[in-house]
Design a protein around this ligand. Structure first.
Ligand SMILES: *[C@@H]1O[C@H](CO)[C@@H](O)[C@H](O)[C@H]1NC(C)=O
Length: 441
């Protein structure tokens, strides 16, 4: 009798603990520490971080960089990261969430001086790379991070050129000019060098039981730089930057879905600019599914519409004029966070608003394949035109659903500080993070 009871409770304990571990998906929460330094409503605090952490399996602190001369890991924001002890404060939160892994990321498009240094590091040879490895390990260990994330700023796909003022004849030739073309003659060599670096780094990092993660930044072409079968065993997780396929800065003259789940087959779009293509590129190389996380942006991208963009709003929208003016909270041209977008969507408060505050028209996507957009046509003077491609909690949940259906590792959210962490939209704090979490459970 007693044995049966013990046996039963043991079995129950195993049932409760084991499958949970085995099936729980990753929710990798990127944390861009710039959010900590924003002002007003956009300012993200450690208390916000603490709230977010109950949903995350990993937090990736962004960003460290490379010293262009020595190629060692470089702390980019010393006043914050070191003097104000922000590195240490963030990793200290692990005491409350002991199962969370906090990693330090290198690159992430925040290390903007001499970007060619990332290629230089690949070409630098083993001895110089050892200096990078040692310096990275030193920083990671000193501040109690659980590992390192490589978000290297390697050369990007070329955005396609658009000549919107050209006539029909030009348009029929357009497809010959719009594809990507070679931006790195040495890509094959660089891919091999990256593999070597990852192998050496992994060996060094494993001695301390730390994690190594790879983040593929948007528009860094995986086929050029990452030999998936050769590197995957050295990596604990891979985060695919499957968003910002188009941006108002890279593609000032045309607006389109920035992070569609599937290829939009109509019109002349590039086949690799969607989540599913990027994921399949890795899957086809037989990497373990549970290491792959798809990236979801918590922000939208906003273009300025001109009179020539028309009043329809249907993407691809032509004759756009680059990034739309910055939002009042995030203060970044061409980018709006969910709280800012939410305030522009039709609501009782903005029904009669004019100019830049006038409501935008929301166009949802019942197919759940491409994503939302919202827009406001330019007025007769050519002012106030706006076109936004954005994620909301529902579309983010659809992507998490995709992750579940394909049995992938999980989701990487970019980033916590651009989610509606104050709950300005509906009162729900971190609506994007929650929507993803509930769908992954
Ligand atoms: C890399 O770019 C080429 C075009 O240059 C494209 O055909 C290929 O699909 C891209 N690979 C990925 C993984 O995006």
């Amino acid at each position: 009798m007693r044995f049966t009871t013990i046996y039963l409770s043991l079995a129950l304990a195993m049932l409760l603990s084991q499958p949970f571990e085995a099936t729980a998906s990753n929710l990798v929460c990127f944390y861009d520490s710039r959010g900590f330094e924003r002002e007003g409503l956009a300012q993200f605090t450690l208390a916000d971080m603490e709230l977010a952490m109950q949903f995350c399996t990993h937090v990736i602190y962004g960003y460290a960089g490379l010293d262009a001369k020595t190629l060692e890991l470089q702390v980019l924001n010393q006043p914050l990261d070191l003097q104000k002890r922000h590195f240490a404060s963030v990793t200290a939160l692990k005491q409350k969430f002991p199962y969370i892994k906090v990693l330090l990321s290198v690159g992430g498009d925040r290390d903007l001086e001499n970007e060619e240094k990332y290629i230089k590091l690949l070409e630098a040879g083993r001895q110089n790379q050892n200096r990078f490895i040692e310096s990275a390990l030193e920083t990671v260990r000193r501040f109690d991070f659980d590992g390192l994330d490589l978000a290297f700023q390697l050369p990007r796909n070329k955005p396609r050129k658009v000549h919107s003022d050209a006539g029909m004849a030009w348009k029929s030739f357009k497809k010959f000019f719009t594809g990507d073309f070679i931006v790195d003659e040495e890509a094959d060599t660089h891919r091999e060098q990256f593999t070597d670096l990852v192998r050496d780094l992994s060996h060094a990092i494993k001695q301390y039981d730390l994690l190594l993660s790879l983040t593929v930044l948007p528009n860094v072409n995986s086929s050029w730089y990452y030999d998936a079968p050769s590197i995957i065993n050295f990596l604990d997780i891979v985060n695919l930057g499957t968003f910002d396929f188009l941006t108002p800065t890279r593609n000032p003259e045309e607006a389109d879905y920035t992070a569609p789940l599937y290829e939009v087959l109509t019109q002349n779009r590039l086949g690799h600019y969607n989540v599913n293509y990027q994921m399949e590129h890795w899957l086809l190389q037989r990497v373990p599914l549970n290491k792959l996380n798809i990236g979801i942006a918590s922000y939208g991208r906003a273009w300025k519409l001109t009179k020539d963009s028309g009043v329809e709003g249907t993407p691809v929208v032509s004759a756009t004029d680059g990034p739309a003016p910055a939002g009042v909270q995030t203060k970044t041209p061409g980018l709006l966070n969910w709280a800012e977008i939410c305030q522009l969507l039709p609501n009782p408060g903005n029904a009669n608003a004019k100019g830049n505050a006038a409501p935008v028209r929301r166009v949802g996507d019942p197919t759940k394949r491409y994503g939302n957009y919202a827009f406001r046509a330019a007025d007769e003077n050519g002012d106030y035109g706006l076109w936004i491609s954005y994620e909301d909690p529902d579309t983010a949940a659809s992507k998490a659903q995709y992750v579940r259906a394909k049995n992938l590792g999980g989701v990487a959210l970019f980033d916590l500080t651009l989610d509606d962490f104050r709950g300005q939209c509906t009162g729900d704090r971190f609506p994007m993070l929650r929507a993803i979490k509930y769908r992954l459970l």
